[in-house]
Ligand binder design. Structure first.
Ligand code: GUN
Length: 290
């Protein structure tokens, strides 16, 4: 039987409608969420991401600022800008677009962002909070995956969740979020023994490896929920995920397409985190619940 498609665009649109209502309510009590996006250099993919983030803010009525620094700006220039944004009351979320030029220490920059404005969820403080199950900003992509499962009424409790990929941005926080939702979690990577067998044990399989069509139908249990976080450009220009979609869709119970699956959720969750941050700054909520 063909899998049900989890439509990230539709879920994202639904969440944005709810968020618009929330923003209108916040405006009524004098709270105006604001996001600052910092781009160093002109990496073409980053330029597009940053532009899309600005557009999404505009669409929802979130104040947005784009701060561009030249590629040869020093680490100190960037740290000074972050310090200024940390102190700026109009700004509730700060996102420094990655990757940074090689002469800038990424960890040092991410640690300079106030944990209270770290809507990317990349600061070690927020990563630590996530690890111990305390309210924190969760990284946008894995948080978006949780929202997709919830909106599709997929029960996570007690399920075997297998994540292929151990990155700090997706794999590891994905594991923590699924664990918090009571899944039994396995993280696989390039050194995992008999990866296909481990994947076949998954009720929920998350592909986040960055290799086109890496997850094939023989690695998927009948009826499994397959979430594809990958976005890969093939030499012919086609965009594909980490899952061999056509074959896996014949076997899975649920599947996310690429494009139109996890991708649209990431920016939505960034705005979601920014709104929660504004609410917290105004004392409307004590902390950000995941
Ligand atoms: N570059 C690619 N994805 C991301 C992201 O989610 N956050 C930031 N800051 N940079 C990125």
């Amino acid at each position: 039987m063909a899998a049900k498609i989890i439509d990230g665009k539709a879920i994202s649109a639904k969440m944005k409608e709810e968020m618009k209502r929330e923003i209108a309510e916040l405006r009524g009590i004098g709270i105006f969420p604001g996001l600052a996006v910092v781009l160093v250099g002109e990496n073409p993919a980053s330029v597009v991401y940053v532009r899309n983030k600005g557009k999404a803010c505009h669409e929802l009525g979130v104040h947005s600022e784009e701060h561009r620094l030249l590629a040869n700006s020093s680490e100190e220039d960037l740290l000074r800008l972050i310090e200024r944004l940390n102190k700026d009351d109009k700004i509730n979320g700060i996102l420094v677009q990655l990757p940074l030029p090689r002469h800038i220490d990424e960890r040092k920059i991410l640690e300079a962002i106030s944990p209270d404005k770290d809507v990317d969820g990349f600061h070690p403080y927020n990563i630590g909070k996530l690890m111990i199950g305390e309210p924190a900003f969760a990284p946008c992509t894995p948080y978006g995956v949780i929202k997709m499962l919830e909106h599709s009424n997929i029960d996570i409790t007690g399920k075997n969740a297998v994540i292929v990929g151990r990155s700090n941005i997706v794999g590891k926080p994905m594991a923590m979020l699924l664990l918090q939702k009571n899944a039994t979690v396995t993280i696989c990577h390039s050194k995992t023994n008999d990866l296909p067998a481990v994947c076949r044990g998954a009720d929920i399989l998350i592909a986040a490896i960055g290799k086109p069509r890496f997850v094939t139908a023989d690695m998927v249990k009948d009826g499994a929920v397959v979430i594809d976080v990958g976005i890969n450009r093939l030499p012919d220009g086609k965009l594909v995920g980490d899952v061999d979609y056509d074959a896996v869709a014949q076997k899975a119970g649920y599947i996310t397409p690429v494009p139109g699956g996890v991708g649209p959720m990431t920016i939505t969750m960034l705005l979601y985190n920014t709104i929660q941050s504004a609410r917290r700054a105004a004392g409307k909520v004590k902390a950000v619940e995941v």
